[in-house]
Design a protein around this ligand. Sequence first.
Ligand SMILES: Nc1ncnc2c1ncn2[C@@H]1O[C@H](COP(=O)(O)OP(=O)(O)OP(=O)(O)O)[C@@H](O)[C@H]1O
Length: 312
Amino acid sequence: MRHDDGPPATDQRTLVLNPVSGDGSHTDHVRELADAHGFDVRETERSGDAIELARTAAEEGADLVAACGGDGTLNEAVRGLWNADALPDTAFAVVPGGTGNNFAGNVGVEGLDHAFDLVETGEWRTVDLGLVRVDGGDPVPFLNSCVGGLTANASASTSSEQKDRFGVLAYVFNALQEMTAFDGLTLDITPVGGGEHWRGDAACVLVGNGRRFPAEGGTQANMEDGHLDVTVVEDYQTVDLAGEAAVHRLFGRETENITRLQATALDVTVREADPVTFSLDGELATAADLHVECRAGVLRLPVGEAYDPAPE
Ligand SMILES: Nc1ncnc2c1ncn2[C@@H]1O[C@H](COP(=O)(O)OP(=O)(O)OP(=O)(O)O)[C@@H](O)[C@H]1O
């Protein structure tokens, strides 16, 4: 089924712009493009601003809110739309102004000009959103992935060049390399509404909405199936994590260190004395208990030609 019914008729367009994401060189050009396409531009000044700017824009009647930045900025803007209860009536658009631009890649948005072209003439689709409730708090959306079980040091030792190349996996590799002996976390993973309960020692659990973690093939997940792709990394110590081929060794079929499942919702409980670090679209926080779910058909946005509604 084609979800494309053309661009939404938008009277009020707002762009939330992070002027310092990536190397900051996008700002002037994005302002010009935004102006040419009828967007009112609101710039962030600090971390967290995109949440409030997007929320206010929706509450003031914007029917299209675009966000320009990396995954962190996109996440914040969607969080604002979610908090305003504005989805999916308020359309969203991705303008890649970050370093890795992982989510933009997953929806086929290839650059700044392309992003604005897609708003006018692209295919519009309605995709799923991940939601996570941290330690019983309010649900927080994620676009790409929620990865639990990292070490706090993983963030300090992850270079921006690594992040650019591997996205969230850069954190995962650094976290694994910092564990000297296998001191994996004891985790309980319970799919809600059926499915096999998993309990054991794991290094980390990767939950993908827009992003999946295959050994081969593309990293874009099916974002329209109402499911999250869950990958549990168990005994990774047999895996040599050095170099580019590490992704294949870690996630490859030939290794027995991976459990995969699909779920519409799951509970992840950390059976450890201390909370663990987790990443939400690349931004780090701590938690002992995560309830993760997929909210089907919540985010309406234009996608590029490379977007595949049903990847193999
Ligand atoms: N004006 C600002 N000054 C400083 N930091 C900001 C400002 N606006 C937003 N931020 C923060 O900057 C960070 C930028 O992250 P973001 O993920 O958008 O870009 P990136 O890290 O360059 O790219 P990517 O995630 O694609 O690798 C976010 O944590 C955001 O909260």
